[in-house]
Write a protein that binds this ligand. Structure first.
Ligand code: M7G
Length: 330
C-alpha cells in the first residue's frame, strides 16, 4: 500500500503536515541497512472532506474520491483487498454470521470478519493536481493513431509542458522513498534499474502481483524514444527482472506479463511486470506493448518506434485530445 509517508516525500512542498500523527520506527532492509520508516498511528483520513466520487466499481470493489485535506486537493482511493486462502479457517471460525435468506439448498449470509481480516487498501494523492483528478474520473476514451510527425508536432510539446511530475520516480532512484520495498537493483548508470512493487499491489497475495522496473537512465521518456541503442538496457531489465521475481516470489517467467505502456502517465522509462491472468488496469492491447515484442521490433528495425504510427487510447477530457481534434484526427 502507498503509505502516507511516501506521499509526503513525493510532495515535499505539501503544506499538510502528517508528521504529528506518525512515529518513526527502525526497520532493517534485507541487506541489513537500518532505515527509518514512518508508521501511521492515527487516522489521517478523518480530516478528509469529500467533494465528489470520481468513479467506483462494484466489480473491482474500488471507489475513487475527490476531496480536500484542509485546503489541499486530494484523491483518496479505497479498495477492498482480495481474500487470502491462508486466512480462510480464521474467517470461518472467528467471524459473526447473519442469515439473509434460505431457500431449498440455497442460503446467503452477511459475514463480519475480524478487523485484521477486513482491511482496505487506501491510496492518497495529496496535493492532487487537476490532472490527477481527471486521471481517476470515469471517462470514455477514443483511439488515436499517432504518426511520427504527430508525435513531434503535437504529443512531444504537450508532454513537455503538461505531464505528471516524476519526482516520485527520482525519490525511488535516490532512495528517498520506498527504499525498503526494493526487490532488486542493478546500479549500472546505463543498463541499470530498480525493481519494486507497484503501489497498486498490496503484496498480500500473488494473484495480482504487480512490480515496476524503473531505469536509472533519466532521459528516456517512453517507447517513442527507444532505438536499438537501448536493446542492452531492455534485455537487462527483462532478464534480471524475471530472475529477481523468480527468486523473490518463486514465480516463473512463463507466468509473467512484461510490458510498457504507450502513452504512459509518467514519462520516465519503466516496465510493468504483472502476473499473467491478472486483469491489471492498462494491460489491454490498446496500451500495453510486450517487452519481448519491443525487443524484437528494435532488432528488426533500429528505429521502429521512431518511424511507426502508434495507437493509444485518449480520454475526451485529456488536453491532448483537443490537440488531436484541432488537426482533424478525432
Ligand atoms: P504508467 O504506465 O506511467 O501509468 O505507469 P499508469 O499509472 O496510467 O499505469 C506508472 C506505474 O507506476 C503505475 O502502474 C502506477 O501504479 C505506479 N506508480 C505510480 N506512483 C505515483 C507510484 C509510487 O509512488 N510508487 C510506486 N511504487 N508505484 C507508483
Amino acid at each position: 500500500m502507498a503509505d502516507i509517508s511516501t506521499k509526503r516525500e513525493n510532495n515535499p512542498d505539501a503544506s499538510i503536515d502528517f508528521s504529528p500523527r506518525t512515529k518513526k520506527t527502525k526497520v532493517d532492509n534485507e541487506d541489513g541497512r537500518g532505515e527509518n520508516r514512518e508508521q501511521a498511528e492515527k487516522n489521517v483520513l478523518s480530516t478528509f472532506q469529500t467533494t465528489t466520487v470520481l468513479s467506483d466499481s462494484a466489480r473491482e470493489k474500488t471507489i475513487f474520491v475527490h476531496g480536500k485535506f484542509a485546503d489541499q486537493n486530494a484523491v483518496v482511493i479505497l479498495e477492498k483487498t482480495p481474500i487470502i486462502e491462508d486466512t480462510l479457517s480464521e474467517i470461518f471460525t472467528a467471524s459473526t454470521l447473519k442469515l439473509d435468506l434460505k431457500n431449498d439448498i440455497y442460503s446467503t449470509y452477511r459475514l463480519q470478519a475480524p478487523p485484521h481480516l477486513n482491511e482496505m487498501k487506501v491510496t492518497v494523492v495529496c496535493p492532487a493536481t487537476e490532472k490527477h483528478v481527471k486521471k481517476y474520473q470515469r471517462q470514455e476514451s477514443v483511439l488515436v493513431e499517432e504518426t511520427p510527425d504527430d508525435y513531434q508536432s503535437i504529443t512531444l510539446p504537450f508532454i513537455q509542458n503538461q505531464s505528471f511530475s516524476v519526482q516520485w520516480v527520482y525519490n525511488i532512484l535516490e532512495k528517498k522513498a520506498e527504499s525498503e520495498r526494493i526487490v532488486f537493483e542493478d546500479p549500472h548508470p546505463k543498463l541499470g534499474f530498480v525493481l519494486l512493487p507497484d503501489f497498486k499491489w498490496d503484496q498480500k497475495q500473488m494473484e495480482n502481483l504487480y512490480l515496476i522496473a524503473i531505469t536509472h537512465q533519466r532521459n528516456i521518456k517512453s517507447l517513442r524514444d527507444l532505438t536499438s541503442e537501448h536493446l542492452p538496457l531492455l534485455q537487462n531489465i527483462f532478464q534480471k527482472g524475471k530472475e529477481a521475481i523468480l527468486h523473490h516470489y518463486s514465480l516463473p517467467a512463463s507466468k509473467l506479463r512484461v510490458y510498457l505502456h504507450y502513452q504512459p502517465s509518467y514519462y520516465h522509462l519503466h516496465v510493468h511486470f504483472t502476473k499473467l491472468g491478472y486483469d491489471a488496469p492498462g494491460s489491454g492491447v490498446e496500451r500495453a506493448h510486450l517487452l519481448t515484442d519491443v525487443i524484437q521490433n528494435l532488432h528488426s528495425d533500429p528505429h521502429y518506434y521512431k518511424t511507426r504510427t502508434l495507437s493509444f487510447p485518449l480520454r475526451a477530457d485529456d488536453g491532448l485530445f483537443s490537440q488531436f481534434q484541432q488537426i482533424g484526427k478525432l
